[in-house]
Design a binder for this molecule. Structure first.
Ligand code: SF4
Length: 488
């Protein structure tokens, strides 16, 4: 195979990305050449959407634009200022330690060597390279997932990890591109050569790109509006999630009617409270669907299941962590272009008795989703057992310390969305009063005194694939109602 024409590609991309959104770290650099601010922005930007990082930087730099000013802030104040960037607690701790480390090790200045930078709290190799290149204009190649991925698509490198890519690029990429390659490919990777279904149909590199391992997005060509509509319906999948609070009980309350009425391609259930052999055959085997079951070891408790029209490539039972897996809480179906992760999050229990277990579970799930998202799109659904914002429950003030709305649980949701996972219902609807769970007591459902605790989330790179999201609060049969997602 001929060598990929790197000079031509970069020349074309420099023109192409000039009109794209500038990656946040370059934006900060354009506003201030201050290495300290660039270092802080780079630490904050990891696993966080650019717009979230940009506003966190604005708030933080208003109070702490220098290491000395940062040293005067308490940890709690830093946390408050940078929230909701991904993993804001860890990052706040790193920032609180940063002025001391700079003083002790480097006389208060920001070092410009990668080996020095990586000794600072919260600074890995990628961050160090980026700071060296952006803040000091020194030769460094910052290889993040976009650079690693796109270089492999081009066949310019054939590597398994970003570190290997960095080493190969150091040997072969002409040095004039070292400083700019990261910002060019981050912008290009976010705007056109996306991790999932890249937009090859409008790509300036289409004629020279070998598209190694790529499945491009498909566009209908020269077809009428009706045909377009039909095609859209054919390719859009409908996914439903429902905590049935006991499938045997739900059966008596019209589960099968609701199932057929919703007419979903994938139907994910939580809290089934039953083994498949305790259920009638008409429920276990519904015509047109394959079904997968993951009951808890304890009878009549927890458990998840998925019905699917599309054949999955594989099914993953649990997280490989026995303390959670014995409760049958996570059931994952891998399809050719996405993972469906069906989750039943533990309840923190009155007086938050089970909050530690719950938070451990949250962290394990997040780690699991992140690992899957490195490979393809992730759709995570289920009963998350937490209302995220005040407009997600009827009585936020009265429930501030209660399970399902405790500060710890809400902070975790901040971390998830701060890391870029998209709460798909809120993408389309900001109304209060849209709930998915109501207590059986005090006619709460009749009075709509409820909570929105069931979600469809998608990973940051897959937001474009979300075409609709809904809450089906007209459907009875459980104390939760079904929710749905339209996904292409
Ligand atoms: S043709 Fe497709 S795969 Fe190749 S660089 Fe362009 S968007 Fe990426």
């Amino acid at each position: 195979m001929p060598e990929f024409p790197i000079d031509r590609a970069i020349a074309l991309l420099e023109k192409e990305v000039a009109s794209y959104q500038v990656p946040v770290v370059d934006l900060i650099a354009a506003q201030s050449r201050d290495p300290f601010q660039i270092l802080v922005a780079t630490i904050l930007s990891a696993r966080t959407r650019d717009e979230v990082t940009a506003s966190a930087c604005r708030r933080l730099f208003k109070e702490a634009a220098t290491p000395e000013a940062l040293a005067s802030l308490s940890l709690a104040r830093i946390e408050k200022l940078i929230q909701p960037v991904g993993f804001f607690r860890n990052k706040a701790r790193f920032l609180a330690e940063l002025p001391g480390a700079l003083n002790r090790q480097f006389g208060g200045r920001i070092p410009d060597e990668v080996d020095d930078l990586i000794t600072l709290p919260g600074v890995g190799r990628k961050t160090a390279n980026l700071v060296r290149a952006v803040a000091f204009g020194k030769p460094a190649i910052c290889v993040d997932t976009h650079v690693h991925r796109i270089m492999n698509i081009w066949g310019y490198v054939t590597t398994d990890t970003p570190l290997q890519t960095e080493m190969v690029l150091r040997a072969k990429l002409p040095s004039q591109y070292w400083l700019s390659i990261n910002s060019i490919l981050v912008a290009f990777g976010q705007g056109t050569c996306k991790p999932v279904r890249p937009h090859c149909d409008r790509c300036v590199l289409f004629s020279i790109c070998p598209q190694t391992g790529v499945v491009p997005r498909k566009l209908p060509k020269n077809i009428s509006n009706n045909e377009q509509q039909r095609k859209k319906q054919e390719t859009t999948m409908k996914l439903v999630s429902w905590n049935v609070n006991g499938l045997r009980a739900a059966l008596d309350k019209g589960f099968l009617d609701a199932f057929h009425e919703l007419d979903a391609d994938v139907f994910a259930l939580q809290e089934i409270k039953a083994l498949p052999d305790q259920l009638p055959d008409k429920v276990v085997h519904i015509e047109g669907y394959a079904s997968y079951w993951y009951p808890a070891q304890k009878k009549g408790y927890s458990g998840t299941a998925v019905y699917t029209r599309r054949q999955p490539l594989q099914v993953l039972y649990g997280l490989d962590l026995p303390e959670f897996d014995r409760e049958g809480r996570v059931l994952t179906l891998e399809y050719d272009d996405f993972y469906l992760v069906n989750i039943y999050f533990p309840n923190a229990q009155p007086e938050l008795k089970r909050i530690d277990f719950r938070m451990e579970f949250n962290r394990a799930v997040m780690h699991f989703m992140d690992r899957l998202a490195e490979k393809k799109s992730v759709v995570a659904c289920g009963d998350f057992n937490v209302a995220h914002k005040p407009n997600d429950l009827a009585n936020p003030k009265a429930n501030e310390r209660n399970p399902g709305y405790s500060p710890q649980e809400r902070s975790w949701m901040d971390e998830v969305t701060g890391a870029g996972y998209v709460d798909t219902f809120r993408k389309f609807n900001q109304e209060p009063g849209r709930y998915t769970w109501w207590s059986y007591r005090f006619n709460a459902r009749g009075k709509n005194i409820g909570w929105r605790i069931d979600y469809f989330l998608v990973d940051p790179a897959s937001e474009d694939r979300v075409k609709g999201a809904a809450i089906h609060d007209e459907i009875l049969g459980s104390d939760h109602c079904p929710i749905s997602l339209e996904f292409i």
